[in-house]
Write a protein that binds this ligand. Structure first.
Ligand code: PCA
Length: 221
């Protein structure tokens, strides 16, 4: 029994991506009595969805949590919905693709959006109870993070695997990442620094996300 966790490689002007670090860190851990499979996806519109499809086929996970970086957000953001839009919003992907106002699935019957099937409200409530700044987010944007949410939900539905909970969690910068960015900026002249959350706290948030999603392990008597 496995739990699939994906992160994304660095992209744009980010030299590091906490989501990739987390996927590597949690890979092989036991969470809620299941083994976490942590994998890093390419930030490429042409490849990410196909790589996810291959991971679903290989691991047949009990739940899927995809993650990525949302620099500037102060909280762990559990996404509610993925929309059928691919628009790089000025940030080319790592293959220099720059889609503008495109559909992810061009089939007429493709829905405008898919809801995440993680229990997003319960996950956020649990994270807040545990002292982790978290919120439900109503937009994952239109870049690769939205893309993997929409495409994975479409894939699971097409395969009649709708019972596999799947969703997307956007992560803030780590303190190290925020400091690195501030070094290139105006912080030494009184400028601002982006919000951040330590990787340990982010890792705890992801473990709890899985636990709430698949339920705590049974306590045997
Ligand atoms: N964040 C981007 C793409 C990859 C990542 O980690 C996003 O929010 O879409």
């Amino acid at each position: 029994m496995t739990l699939l966790l994906t992160g994304y490689e660095p992209f744009g002007d980010h030299d590091r991506n906490p989501s990739a670090e987390l996927a590597r860190r949690l890979d092989g851990e036991t969470v809620a009595d299941r083994e976490v499979v942590g994998e890093v996806l390419p930030v490429e519109f042409d490849r990410a969805g196909d790589e996810m499809a291959a991971l679903l086929a290989e691991h047949d996970p009990d739940a899927v949590v995809a993650t990525g970086l949302a620099a500037g957000r102060a909280a762990v953001s559990v996404e509610r919905v993925g929309v059928n839009v691919a628009d790089c919003a000025g940030i080319p992907d790592n293959a220099e693709e720059v889609p503008r106002n495109e559909r992810i699935l061009t089939d007429e019957a493709a829905p405008a959006a898919y809801f995440a099937t993680l229990p997003v409200v319960e996950v956020v409530a649990e994270l807040l109870d545990a002292g982790v700044p978290a919120r439900v987010s109503n937009t994952a944007g239109t870049h690769l993070c939205n893309n993997i949410l929409y495409r994975t939900r479409a894939q699971l539905e097409a395969e009649d695997r709708d019972n596999v909970p799947m969703g997307f969690v956007h992560l803030p910068l780590t303190p190290e990442g925020a400091a690195e960015k501030a070094r290139d900026g105006e912080a030494t002249s009184g400028g601002g620094v982006e919000p951040s959350l330590p990787l340990d706290v982010q890792a705890d948030a992801i473990r709890r996300t899985f636990e709430v999603t698949v339920g705590e392990p049974e306590v045997s008597s």
